[in-house]
Write a protein that binds this ligand. Structure first.
Ligand code: ATP
Ligand code: ZN
Length: 293
């Protein structure tokens, strides 16, 4: 019987949809239905273990799963609060679910810097990361542990400030809070334990990681095509982010050339406007679906 590689994923929440989408772009075919704990990938020997994100680091460490996709913030927190050191490490950064763990205070508290936290109360669902930060900074403050809705703590009077995840900052603003310090930056990561996988699983994991790498690179990479005056090619190439050798094709009976290049970074509207100002015309920016180098 073929061994199946098991991947632990968040069942439902902010990480779930992007994790499923990433695996689908890697060619895995599966359907997520209702309450099932395991989803079978139809076209590869892979099973998806669908759980709460907080359990993923220990499931990977304890061999309930070979690898996992989780927010770096959760991995760091679980490692700090675990009784014994968790055998789970980052194997690959995935570039989605970017957020920051920040300290934020209510506008009425007058707190605008961590140096003012001494003797105050800080509400959080991240006692591990917060505790380490306070210890490293030599700040004596009380950590008030909550299971959720941390942003409400100052308004109900149980803390002066909070330590919580922030992405756009809209939730903080809606609750009259302002972030004054970032204590951890996070993105989704692929994690694995130090155990050696069977050669079969190892080969499958290597293949999956090559595909993930291709998906991440292609999402950041664009193909640009334009027509340009011959004498402006050098200046135009300078403007193209992360492209080294564009293809230049002369256009019959004209002073123009067609230029095509792969750009490894996003191309913004401002760049297109600058290209046009240099005389570029018929500018097309195309997405790249798959890449393998
Ligand atoms: P679970 O039910 O699985 O325990 P949860 O409520 O702990 O879920 P979610 O709110 O779904 O967690 O967030 C999962 C992860 O998504 C976070 O740990 C973090 O890595 C990431 N994330 C990205 N943006 C945000 C944000 N604005 N707020 C909170 N988490 C975010
Ligand atoms: Zn959680």
């Amino acid at each position: 019987m073929t061994e199946r590689l098991r991947i632990a994923l968040q069942k439902k929440g902010r990480l779930a949809d992007d994790s499923f989408a990433l695996l689908k772009k890697c060619g895995l075919r599966f359907a997520i239905r209702g309450g099932g704990l395991l989803a079978r990938v139809k076209n590869m020997p892979i099973d998806l273990l669908l759980v709460r994100d907080d359990d993923i680091p220990s499931f990977v460490a304890n061999d309930a799963s070979d690898i996992g996709i989780v927010g770096e913030n959760v991995l760091v927190e679980e490692q700090l609060v675990a009784k014994d050191k968790l055998d789970a490490e980052i194997t690959m950064r995935l570039g989605f679910s970017r957020c920051k763990l920040c300290l934020a205070a209510s506008d009425v508290s007058g707190i605008t810097a961590s140096s003012q936290l001494e003797g105050t109360r800080i509400a959080t669902t991240y006692p591990g990361v917060l505790g380490k930060f306070l210890k490293d900074q030599g700040i004596k403050a009380k950590s008030v542990e909550m299971k959720g809705a941390v942003e409400l703590a100052p308004s109900i009077g149980i803390a002066e400030s909070i330590c919580d995840l922030v992405s756009s900052g809209a939730t903080l603003e809606a609750n009259g809070l302002t972030a004054f310090e970032t204590i951890l930056e996070s993105e989704a990561v692929l994690i694995q334990s130090g155990r050696t996988l069977s050669p079969e699983k190892q080969a499958l994991l290597a293949k999956l990681m090559r595909r993930i790498d291709g998906v991440i690179k292609s999402s950041e990479t664009k193909y640009i095509m334009l027509n340009a005056p011959k004498d402006k090619v050098a200046a135009i190439t300078e403007l193209l982010p992360g492209s080294d050798a564009p293809t230049i094709i002369p256009l019959a009976g004209s002073d123009l050339v067609a230029l095509q290049a792969v750009c490894t970074e996003n191309i913004f509207w401002e760049t297109l406007e600058d290209l046009k100002a240099l005389g570029a015309r018929a500018i097309l920016v195309l997405p790249i679906e798959k890449m393998m180098s």
